[in-house]
Design a protein around this ligand. Structure first.
Ligand code: THU
Length: 146
């Protein structure tokens, strides 16, 4: 499932992208008309999906990635091996916003792949560390205050 260098098998990757595409179909984005789907590969091999949920109070919008994280954690899954993001209204592979990079990093190691796919199926893959370098809070991870 997960390869040594933080990658994932091709079949698993394809399944993850398909799940992200499926999730984008549920997008609630009447204000931006910009659909996004995310899919997390959990440590136990399951896939958890999320989509963006907008609001007429624009600032309350929830991105697809954080939507997926909240769903996974609610189901008791707190370790992710990879994430795919599918953006059918984007002309380029959409990588996560800054807030989502931070939230994903709580549950995913720095070398894990972030797989980004645009409307044409073009794919860009980054490690989480590439998207969130110099994580000054890394030492605090999994060490909440008493
Ligand atoms: N969005 C995501 O869901 N994920 C991202 O990585 C970037 C942006 C959503 C938020 C909003 O609903 C729409 O895309 C336009 O910004």
């Amino acid at each position: 499932m997960a390869t040594e260098h933080g990658g994932v098998d091709e079949g698993v990757r394809d399944g993850l992208v398909a799940a992200a595409r499926d999730a984008a179909g549920a997008s609630y984005s009447p204000y931006s008309r910009f659909r996004v789907g995310a899919a997390l590969l959990c440590g136990d091999g399951t896939i958890v999906k999320g989509t963006n949920v907008e609001n007429r109070s624009y600032g309350l919008t929830i991105c697809a990635e954080r939507s997926a994280v909240a769903t996974a954690v609610t189901a008791g899954r707190v370790a992710f091996l990879a994430v795919a993001i599918y953006a059918p209204d984007s002309d380029y592979p959409l990588s996560p916003c800054g807030a989502c990079r931070q939230v994903i990093s709580e549950f995913m190691p720095p070398d894990a792949p972030v797989i980004c796919v645009d409307r044409a199926g073009r794919c860009a893959t980054y490690s989480l560390a590439e998207l969130l370098p110099h994580d000054g809070l890394y030492e605090l991870k999994d060490r909440p205050l008493d």
